[in-house]
Design a protein around this ligand. Structure first.
Ligand code: NGQ
Ligand code: ZN
Length: 457
């Protein structure tokens, strides 16, 4: 069965249009798009319609520990002390918990205006580090969550092998992640099997970082991508930049670009610390820089050189990574505010002819879709009907039209202006709430009661 939509105002690839009608085919693809047409009686009517955005970087389980590491320890707190808390927390998670948390995360993402998720999935094994009977059990649970919530999933099973650049043995806290390339191939095969039952799933691969996977490991596993997306964490913390220079003589992004041809299949997550040459060459590669501004702030990573990178034509997308907050508007706002605070200017990440919010929104829609190989981020024929409707009656948007709608949403609003969300033409958020929020949040709460029972921060 096909469905017709009528969009009163819509952001199309060429700009804003009024009275847009879409015919959406049974697989959720936009078959026809006409501009300047009145609504027909059976049309699904949307007021202000934006394309859905991909959230390109998620470790879903970390949502459940948001707020549990905000207490200073005996020394200086850092990313690394946060990571110890994170390892202690994930020790408590079984497959049921992983599914419950992932579903909650996806519900919150949909309600914020994200229509697709890139799940960078490394919590593979049982607590003692033995693979599950089905080594892809945890991947199956991520897929089950996506089946419940309806978000489009790009599953990125992770290769995690070492504890540092010199290939130090993994630590006990890392035992649930560890795989050598043989087991990794099985994990990817099982991920493909489980994702196969979802309508909009993509599987890619992800060497965790230059710390956790060697260049040789990366070259060994690359064929498993089968042309799909490849993601890696890189240059997030200055300590890892220093360790990389000490062991290899190169900065991480430089080392990587020199040793591994990077193209538009790649997403380099964070890439926070780059010199001018790295910025120029990453921008020229066609890869996406996967930015996670709220997590990067929360973890004390540093500030991505957004102005120079965008000026060089670099591609970006947004992820919510540790999920300290899940809010599309807030991520883009912080990306711009980081620049304003350090440069003492306004409207830094902007471009001629469009507003700052519009410029950032467009860039993150395009880069996000590219990075996780999902047909989202554009309202156009041949794309999936992933539609985010803003609430015309919300005070934050009062009297606005065109780019001012996006600016007001991103700079003055949050998820509360998102009224409805369709993924592949199916309504997943109505009146601001995921249609499965109640069941998902009930299960989440019960799960957290158990996990938190004897937790001490
Ligand atoms: C992760 N998160 O894989 O969850 C990492 C922490 C690590 C971020 N890098 C673990 N933000 O990098 O070793
Ligand atoms: Zn990450």
């Amino acid at each position: 069965m096909s469905t017709d939509f009528h969009l009163q105002q819509a952001l199309l690839p060429d700009g804003w249009a009024r009275d847009v009608r879409l015919n959406v085919g049974p697989d959720g693809t936009i078959m026809t798009l006409t501009i300047g047409e009145p609504a027909q009686p059976d049309d699904t009517r949307l007021g202000i319609a934006l394309p859905g955005m991909a959230n390109l970087h998620s470790h879903a389980f970390q949502r459940a520990m948001a707020g549990l590491s905000e207490r200073r320890g005996p020394g200086t707190d850092s990313f690394w002390s946060w990571r110890d808390v994170m390892y202690r927390f994930l020790d408590r998670l079984n497959p049921d918990a992983v599914e419950a948390i992932a579903a909650m995360v996806q519900v919150e993402m949909l309600e914020a205006g994200f229509t697709a998720i890139g799940e960078f999935h490394y919590l593979h094994h049982t607590p003692d580090g033995t693979p599950h009977d089905d080594p892809g059990e945890m991947a199956a649970r991520i897929c089950a969550a996506a089946e419940t919530t309806g978000i489009a999933l790009t599953l990125l099973p992770v290769l995690y092998r070492w504890a540092g650049f010199n290939q130090a043995a993994a630590t006990p806290g890392q035992r649930r992640f560890i795989a050598a390339p043989d087991l990794y191939a099985t994990l990817v095969e099982r991920a493909r099997h489980h994702a196969g039952r979802l309508p909009h799933a993509v599987v890619g691969i992800a060497p965790h970082s230059l710390r956790a996977a060697s260049m040789d490991d990366i070259h060994t596993i690359l064929p498993l991508a089968e042309g799909g997306p490849v993601h890696i964490h890189i240059a997030e913390q200055t300590a890892e930049v220093d360790a990389c220079i000490n062991t290899t003589g190169s900065r991480p992004v430089r080392l990587f670009l020199d040793q591994q041809p990077v193209n538009d299949s790649w997403c380099l997550v964070h890439a926070t610390h780059m010199d001018a040459g790295e910025i120029r060459d990453l921008a020229a590669s066609g890869a996406v820089a996967g930015l996670c501004p709220l997590t990067e702030a929360s973890l004390g990573d540093g500030l991505f050189p957004a102005m120079d990178y965008l000026a060089a034509g670099g591609r970006i997308g947004i992820g919510s990574d540790s999920h300290i907050r899940i809010d599309l508007a807030e991520e883009l706002r912080l990306l711009e505010y980081g620049q304003r605070l350090t440069r003492r200017e306004r409207n830094v990440l902007s471009a001629p002819g469009v507003s700052t919010g519009r410029h950032l929104f467009d860039a993150a829609c395009q880069g996000g879709a590219q990075a996780i190989a999902q047909a989202t981020g554009r309202i156009a024929v041949g794309q999936r009907a992933d539609l985010v409707e803003l609430d015309q009656r919300h005070p934050v948007l009062a009297g606005r039209s065109g780019d001012a709608l996006i600016d007001s949403w991103l700079f003055a609003g949050d998820a509360r202006q998102v009224r409805s969300v369709h993924v592949g033409g199916i309504a997943r958020v109505k009146d601001g709430r995921s249609v499965c929020r109640e069941a998902v949040s009930r299960r989440y709460e019960a799960t957290l009661q158990t996990i938190m029972a004897d937790w001490t921060s």
